[in-house]
Design a protein around this ligand. Sequence first.
Ligand code: NAP
Length: 459
Amino acid sequence: MSEGTSTYPESKPLRVAVIGAGPAGFYTAEALLKSGRQVSIDLFDRLPTPYGLVRFGVAPDHQKIKSVTRLYERTLQDERVRYFGNVEYGRDLDLAELRKHYHAVVFAVGAPTDRPLGIKGENLPGSLSATEFVAWYNGHPDYADLEVPLDAREVVVIGVGNVGIDVSRVLAKSATELAATDMADHALAALQASQVERIVMVGRRGPAEAKFTTKELRELGELENADIYVRPAEVEADPASLAVVAGDVTITKNLEVLAWFATQTPAGKPRAIELRFLLSPVEFIGTDRVEAVKFERNRLEPNEWGGMSAVGTGEFEVLPAQLVLRSVGYLGSALPGLPFDARRGVIPNDEGRVLEAAGGARVPGVYVAGWIKRGPSGVIGTNKACAMGTVASLLADDLLDLEPGNDEATLIDALLAERGVRVVDTTAWLRLDAAEVAAGEKAGRPRVKRVTREEMFDV
Ligand code: NAP
């Protein structure tokens, strides 16, 4: 293999490995398919099932968002695409092997872990990251055994982004509402028996700095099973914040919805969701399990980047909670053999081209797309433009030269077979998908998920 000089004949397909079959992986494949070049794409995922966060992140009561998988399914069925589920990069294949068999490798592995708060008591039993909780209720095989103490009556959710809203809403919904979703059976049973009465979502800055979007916020005021509470004084944005966000449509609408919440009279529903602002967590209190979270009250100050920062006032407030969900953002993880920017949780890159370090030399033939490229922000569709950008870089570049014969597609199959890897291909996935949907039809649900790898392989 020589690097950086593209001599592959135009008559032969450009072989691309895409690692990660979530939205960014699928949009990468789609952009390659539509490029007008002859391509042959192998799409790998460490889990048997494709669709990444659409299956394991998007809330189970947001089925409409999940319907994007119909487009991904079309990509999977394209004869130029092969799916390799249950194949883990770093365990079953390494970078040298990929670079030996593909002209380019695109990592679209997302941001699988959570950002720690770094405060005392954070890891007490009863304190979970929203990332884990979401993966648990969505039936991610690695989180099926998570202990979620739903005997808690009071829950604190730290962070006011859309994930914070998702987990608060799921905790607030009634047994009947949850039964209509494709939530994993273990989570459905546990949530239907939940003792939760009050969920308090807490933001460290003010309402004008909250990260959630208006549709998701509004939904909190429309729940059958929970009243919404805000404190009028807390949802009034301060003048300096208003000046910073002037003209931002989402924030303006968010503030209108919050002001409307402040006028609502509680209907006496079984559960309550309260939104609080200007409070930073400083300590989780408890001995054997979390009992409360101590917060410092903040004020806002303009910062050097033109935004608003939270500054502690030295006043404290303790909120009781027997379950705490830390929902302060996802975080990317380092991958074997690849550079990593641990502070940002991304692989350093220039428009998707992987670099040895920020501003450093390129790693030829290796690219990134999605959250591992730009960090955990944006909605599913944001990954489309992101992946298209990466594919534009890839198509403009000199790619890896492959030794004659190494471009045979079957070599990868042989290598995986030799290693005893149980590959889930498109046909096998479609069979599993059909079995889940059929089980769902019988139960009046969108699907009944098979959660463990064994249950998946049983199909
Ligand atoms: P996010 O939008 O970045 O929100 C994270 C929240 O955590 C922010 O309120 C942030 O406050 C707070 N935070 C961060 N560090 C903190 C700390 N040390 N102490 C206290 N609070 C802290 O992240 P996310 O909710 O995980 O969502 C990730 C992405 O997925 C977002 O782009 C989101 O819109 C998207 N998403 C979309 C949907 C949907 O469309 N329905 C659903 C779920 C997720 P600061 O602003 O002060 O940092």
